[in-house]
Design a protein around this ligand. Sequence first.
Ligand code: NAD
Ligand code: ZN
Length: 352
Amino acid sequence: MKALVYGGPGLKSWTDAPDPVILNPTDAIVQVDTTTICGTDLHILKGDVPAVQVGRILGHEGVGTITEVGASVTNFAVGDRVIISCIKSCGHCTNCAVSLYSHCLGDEGQSGIGWIFGHLIDGTQAEYVRVPYADNSLHKLPEGVPDAEAVMLSDILPTGFEIGVQYGQVKPGDVVAVIGAGPVGLSAIATAGLYGAATVIAIDLDENRLQQAREFGGTETVLSGAADWKQQVLALTDGAGVDVAIEAVGIPITFSMATEIVRPGGHVANVGVHGKPVELHLEELWIQNINVSMGLVNTNTTPMLLKLVAQKKIPAEKLATHHFTFNQMLDAYETFGRAAETKALKVVVTRS
Ligand code: NAD
Ligand code: ZN
């Protein structure tokens, strides 16, 4: 088969790779029909994720068709169309039992971590992928949900919702600020309304991303390059600050920004993946009674989000801005890598 293979920092190729085979009775083999690229893949290619070995097939998002199931897979059969969750979950370890799939202890990848595709085992930017613990790591794709929408459920929609909106404890009437209106921030913006957010402020350096934010339910936008960005945000509250500040960039400055605009008793929900240490000013925050949360997506809300996507209650289709076929995988990377110029949100890559 063909696959996107990591060749070390700065190196990748769309090349021949061995077809995956069933290794454990809980595995399934899925023919990948649609995949996409994540900012995390770009981080890996920069060499920021040393656990990824040379020769690894990248990708942790995908929609496909099951071609083979292991002997103990009971929920799925050959021919089923499925969404591949970016997190594998065995479904019965102590962490899976409390829906903390991000820390599934099932021994794939030997890490006690849920994110293994395109990280510790071969991923979804390939014609075929082996899915461990298929019964709990795949979701049946209902009729009528196009692949380009379904693939947003592998990672970004649950990430924005779980680690942004749910961990941030958004409640009815809240003023929610989302710093970073990339695919993940937009997913938080698109789902903040599920818990009744009244005002959703998108904050970004990029005008285009702010315009996009309005399409996803952002009610206000603030250009964070502006000298008075903070005053603009506070003016949209009662002056005391936002109830929930969601950080969806992953750099020190945006985490600080979140702590600067949150009201006493409010929540800072960090979603961004940080590559560098971040200062946490406990000496200032303690007396503000600020709650800070963070985490790796669990994808335990994917079935619920899938229902909302199917009902057109979440505009997943708007995340798919650019379309490619598998043999254009490198062009897809190029377009995604220059998102500020190409205005790409998610690039959708399909089999044909
Ligand atoms: P992205 O790079 O596409 O979007 C980031 C956005 O932040 C861009 O629109 C950019 O213009 C904006 N930005 C950059 N600097 C800024 C600043 N100083 N002020 C305001 N905005 C600024 O990324 P994405 O794909 O949307 O992902 C966002 C983050 O979420 C990344 O760090 C990613 O690794 C992380 N992530 C976390 C999880 C998780 O489980 N926690 C899962 C997936 C992704
Ligand atoms: Zn588990």
